[in-house]
Design a protein around this ligand. Structure first.
Ligand code: MG
Length: 287
């Protein structure tokens, strides 16, 4: 039963004598119309919408079931990797397979998957725009390079907008290229790094860019928590990730795949990936 249904039943039964008695026994006063809100209150300003303050007719947020464990997917999440297989992902075909989607070939074991040489970047079959994304990753324990060569991967929203993945343990690199950076643009506010082999958590809110024909109508924004620490607070992206250049926008579709970067096949591991589409405030309730 949803909370909405519960409230409806509670309101309907509150008037009956027996439930009145129950309410009294439980020391709960029966519901009154005021419990649903008010229409004799001032109107909200235009930017809020056509609602009275405490408006009973304002759409109620959808009731969802939160995860039973921290970091788990809530009931409305799309689970992209649950530890078992990469069926929701593909690689871009090469050579004879140019232009085709090739089944994911990265190694899956022990509840995680590992970037594996010979396949290239990994992309979701489903496409997304505005999302909340949860990703866990760990750097390789074999240390065989420095700076951008050590445990480099990346989480690229819509295949283009990268939050960098990199081993940050005793591994100096340029600030806008560290883990948690909006790569090439904004360093993270802090670097709450973990050791190689330990699991890091990214919780990312991404607002997709919007275009009006060829013109940028709204840029992309990132909010990022890195191991629970806020490292970007609705930070505006300058455009798709580029190397040694200034980023700028180019028109693109409203949705595209989430992509995990193969950077010279550094064997970064990933697990527990889920995503939620974001629709904004005051969505009408679906029957
Ligand atoms: Mg990268």
């Amino acid at each position: 039963m949803t909370r909405q249904e519960f409230l409806k039943i509670a309101a309907a039964t509150a008037v009956s004598g027996s439930s009145m008695a129950n309410a009294q026994e439980q020391n709960i006063r029966p519901r009154t119309p005021a419990d649903d809100g008010f229409t004799d209150t001032p109107m909200q300003p235009a930017e809020v919408g056509p609602w009275h303050v405490h408006d009973p007719n304002r759409p109620h947020p959808k009731q969802i079931t939160p995860a039973s464990t921290p970091g788990g997917p809530p009931s409305d999440a799309i689970v992209l990797f649950d530890g078992k297989d990469l069926s929701q992902w593909y690689h871009r075909g090469r050579g004879a397979n140019q232009g085709k989607q090739v089944d994911a070939g990265w190694k899956v074991e022990n509840g995680y998957f590992e970037i594996t040489r010979g396949f290239g970047d990994l992309l979701t079959r489903e496409k997304f725009g505005d999302v909340q994304l949860h990703v866990e990753w760990s750097s390789p324990t074999a240390i065989d390079a420095n700076s951008q060569g050590r445990g480099n991967s990346g989480v690229l929203l819509m295949t283009l907008y990268e939050i960098q993945v990199l081993d940050m343990w005793d591994n100096p690199t340029y600030a806008d290229g560290g883990a948690g950076a909006i790569y090439g643009q904004w360093p993270p506010l802090e670097t709450p790094a973990k050791r190689p082999g330990e699991w890091n958590v990214y919780d990312i809110v991404f607002e997709a860019p919007q275009f009006n024909g060829d013109q940028l109508a709204k840029p992309a924004f990132f909010t990022v928590f890195y191991n629970g620490v806020m490292v970007h607070n609705r930070k505006q992206s300058l455009g798709p990730m580029v190397y040694r250049q200034v980023a700028h926008y180019r028109p693109q579709p409203a949705e595209d795949s989430l992509m995990l970067q193969d950077h010279n096949s550094n064997p970064v591991r990933y697990r527990n990936i889920w995503i939620r589409r974001l629709a904004g405030y005051d969505q009408p309730q679906k029957a």
